[in-house]
Design a protein around this ligand. Structure first.
Ligand code: 13P
Length: 249
């Protein structure tokens, strides 16, 4: 069965709740496309207003992070139950910005991935190399490690529903999109890695996104690649351009 594309916006630390509602109202008619899954991953405080503004549309709402404990003395964190209670279906985990600024590791990302599945939330698990790693020729080794540790203990049935986002760090927010060949090569490598961990059926089912300066011009070529099942979009998800990305065909 063909994999359904999943095109997600990662708003990062942008949009106050009132700005968020205005943006959803602008984007709602532009992102109407039932052929793809459209997900807005938004700051925690925006989740409820965005859900309300998106009611009746095809927009699904996701979180940008989540903690791996159930509840308790973890000041400032958001629990999985807090997300599911309001109907969140997706969560971005292990984004490179969280690894870089908030000391997330493959191990903590793995705990979060397991916890997300336990609560029926689909993880969008991020991976990606630095420019230095690419230049040293260790891109695939590094990403395989991120994927293997990130997915430890995840069952094949769970993995089939997961989303992995390949986001080369050097392409994030730089305006420098990876070439379609570079993006396809790594996404294919990730799928092969999933086949090694599990089996061919799991590799064929898991969805792999590309992220890093995706825009209205680059989306169509990227999403046409055999192993690229959509995108995780930062800057361009905050603009009407996101409508063109969602309707890339
Ligand atoms: P940009 O699209 O702004 O490069 O951000 C990509 C990203 O980090 C999405 O998670």
């Amino acid at each position: 069965m063909a994999r359904k594309k999943i095109i997600a916006g990662n708003w990062k630390m942008n949009m106050t709740p009132s700005e968020a509602v205005a943006l959803v109202n602008t984007l709602k008619p532009l992102v109407a496309n039932d052929d793809v899954d459209v997900v807005f991953c938004v700051p925690a405080i925006d989740i409820i207003p965005v859900m309300e503004a998106a009611k009746g549309s095809n927009i699904q709402v996701g979180a940008e992070n989540m903690y791996y404990e159930e509840k308790g003395a973890y000041t400032g964190e958001i629990s999985p139950a807090m997300l599911t209670d309001v109907g969140v279906k997706y969560v971005v985990l292990g984004h490179s910005e969280r690894r870089q600024y908030f000391a997330e590791t493959n191990e903590t990302v793995n705990k979060k991935v397991l916890k997300a599945f336990e609560h029926g939330i689909t993880p969008i698990m991020c991976c990606g190399e630095t420019l230095e790693q690419r230049e040293q020729g260790v891109t695939m080794d590094f990403i395989r490690q991120q994927v293997k540790v990130g997915m430890l203990g995840v069952t094949a049935d769970q993995a089939k529903t997961a989303v992995i986002a390949y986001e080369p760090i050097w392409a994030i927010g730089t305006g420098k999109t990876a070439t379609t060949e570079q993006a396809q090569e790594v996404c294919k490598g990730i799928r092969e890695c999933v086949a090694e961990i599990y089996d061919d059926a799991t590799a064929a089912a898991i969805r792999i996104q590309y992220g890093g300066s995706v825009n209205a011009k680059t989306a169509a070529d990227l999403f046409a690649q055999a192993d690229i099942d959509g995108g995780l979009v930062g800057g361009a998800a905050l603009k009407p351009d996101f409508g063109q990305i969602v309707n890339y065909k």
